[in-house]
Design a protein around this ligand. Structure first.
Ligand code: CU
Length: 121
């Protein structure tokens, strides 16, 4: 009779332990997913005096990196929004992390026909 109780106690402890281990694994999985999300970086290429793509949808907290692959100097500038790169020389980058929702129109100060938009939701 006593042996029976001990065996049942061991089985119950085993089940609790497996449940705990499964929770741990699931938690670690979520952590990895959220780290990937935090590190999302989108690329906008600058080539032939164009932003490619010229419109991009991202989420709050994500980063956009503009890469100047052109032979000319360019900027990433917005009038009422926080984009304000210095002159980006050929081969250089500019990046910005968007912390607020909104539609961010931007242009190049050196070639004002160059237009782009980042939509943050
Ligand atoms: Cu330009």
């Amino acid at each position: 009779m006593k042996r029976g109780i001990i065996i049942w106690a061991l089985i119950i402890l085993g089940v609790i332990f497996i449940g705990y281990a499964a929770t741990k694994v699931r938690f670690t999985g979520n952590q990895i997913l959220s780290i990937e999300k935090i590190n999302s970086v989108y690329s906008v290429k600058i080539e032939n005096s164009m932003y490619v793509p010229n419109e991009l949808n991202i989420k709050v907290g994500e980063t956009v990196e503009w890469k100047n692959l052109d032979s000319l100097r360019h900027t990433v500038t917005s009038n009422d929004a926080p984009l304000n790169s210095a002159v980006i020389n050929p081969g250089e980058n500019y990046s910005f992390t968007f912390e607020k929702e909104g539609e961010y129109d931007y242009y190049c100060m050196l070639h004002q026909y160059m237009r782009g938009k980042i939509i943050v939701k």
